[in-house]
Design a protein around this ligand. Structure first.
Ligand SMILES: NC(=O)C1=CN([C@@H]2O[C@H](COP(=O)(O)OP(=O)(O)OC[C@H]3O[C@@H](n4cnc5c(N)ncnc54)[C@H](OP(=O)(O)O)[C@@H]3O)[C@@H](O)[C@H]2O)C=CC1
Ligand SMILES: CCCCCCCCCCCCCCCC(=O)[C@@H](N)CO
Length: 327
């Protein structure tokens, strides 16, 4: 696999990228367009989508128009894909315009890292809507719309399509601060396994990406509420530039991998939940997982100590008796 790069060939194809008004979705759109792939960007904020389409087409001031890409087009659809009926309408619109995507990237997502007790009910709901439903709705409404469009043809006659779901390293290794987010990303990983089984007959390939931290507007936002203890634990996953994350993903897809990690720590942490997920350096995964499964409980006990210490700190500050003693 690692020696071949022929498993992802976007030239002349169409990609639907959900969550493309910023961050890795926007960068994926840029990279795919650069490879002569038509891109349809989806998000809720029209002004940001317009700016991204302009960036992608190279029409921004100080840049020359990209006339070398004569075949590829860049367009956008404004849609809140967490809303199922809006998602259905988006698919009708796409298919009417002749934009039947070969690739469906589900990149929408947002983490609100806080301690469980500090989250509001609305934030817990938004976690499920933004991180799980955006992908489940897009794929489901899309599958139904394509079934209807294709009418009587047999599943084997469907053109090859490729779904790429953006999960996270925290799907494999959930930890303090990510209660609003990690369970939804684990659900996406689970969904990817089922979709792989159910849609293979319709010629779908399904990949799931488990990124570590990367820089984006969303990442900047989450840093504002992220508890110190969460930052401390995830220190091993240094945020890489979003374009670098995007290049890693495209490289791994081209090599034929369907479980994609963007850093070494992400690959290691996934060893604890390999299950029936597609393997990535499978033989090494088995060998290293033997060591990992022995070391993990020990490492985890150190993490617990840090967590306990962090709560002790907050308790002392809030306890007036302790404060007096300190004074
Ligand atoms: N950054 C990181 O460190 C990591 C990120 N990830 C995951 O990777 C993906 C991309 O992350 P990142 O680039 O940081 O994300 P950003 O938060 O920067 O961007 C998220 C995008 O999703 C769109 N979006 C959110 N909700 C909806 C919705 N209901 N309907 C349509 N579009 C929506 C946003 O646009 P708008 O608001 O205009 O709708 C925006 O374009 C996410 O799924 C994230 O969870 C995983 C691991 C690490
Ligand atoms: C068994 C003991 C091993 C201990 C090692 C701990 C290392 C943890 C690294 C976790 C990195 C998480 C990145 C997720 C980013 C993400 O999804 C958010 N940024 C959301 O956007």
């Amino acid at each position: 696999m690692w020696f071949s790069r022929s498993h992802f060939q976007p030239a002349g194809k169409t990609a639907l990228i959900v969550g493309a008004s910023q961050g890795v979705g926007a960068d994926l759109a840029l990279r795919l367009y650069e490879q002569n792939c038509s891109v349809v960007l989806v998000a809720r904020t029209e002004s940001k989508l317009q700016a991204q389409v302009a960036r992608i087409q190279g029409n921004l001031e100080n840049q020359t128009p990209r006339s070398d890409l004569v075949n590829a087009t860049a367009s956008y659809e404004v849609c809140d894909v967490a809303n199922y009926s809006a998602c259905e309408q988006m698919w009708q619109c796409l298919l009417q315009k002749g934009n039947d995507p070969d690739f469906i990237f589900c990149c929408a997502g947002l983490s609100i890292p806080k301690l469980f007790g500090d989250l509001s009910g609305a934030e817990i709901s938004s976690g499920i809507n933004t991180n799980y439903l955006t992908a489940a709705n897009t794929v489901h409404a899309g599958h139904k719309a394509i079934l209807e469009k294709n009418g009587q043809i047999t599943p084997a006659e469907y053109k090859p399509r490729h779904i790429v779901l953006f999960s996270s390293t925290v799907a494999s290794f959930p930890f303090i601060g990510y209660a609003q987010y990690a369970p939804c990303k684990a659900a996406l990983s689970s969904l990817s396994i089922i979709l792989r089984q159910e849609l293979v007959s319709y010629n779908y390939r399904v990949s799931c990406v488990y990124p570590g931290n990367f820089e984006s507007e969303g990442y900047t936002e989450e840093q504002k509420t992220k508890p110190e203890i969460t930052k401390k634990i995830e220190g091993a996953s240094v945020a890489i530039p979003s374009l670098q994350c995007c290049d890693i993903v495209l490289d791994r897809l081209a090599k034929g991998y369907d479980s994609i990690y963007t850093d070494f720590i992400g690959w290691v942490l996934a060893l604890s939940v390999l299950g029936v997920t597609p393997r990535c350096w499978g033989l090494f995964q088995i060998i290293v997982s033997l060591v990992f499964l022995i070391v993990a409980p020990v490492a985890n006990s150190f993490i617990y100590m840090d967590i306990k210490a962090s709560f002790k700190g907050t308790g002392e500050k809030k306890d007036p008796a302790n404060q007096k003693k300190e004074e």
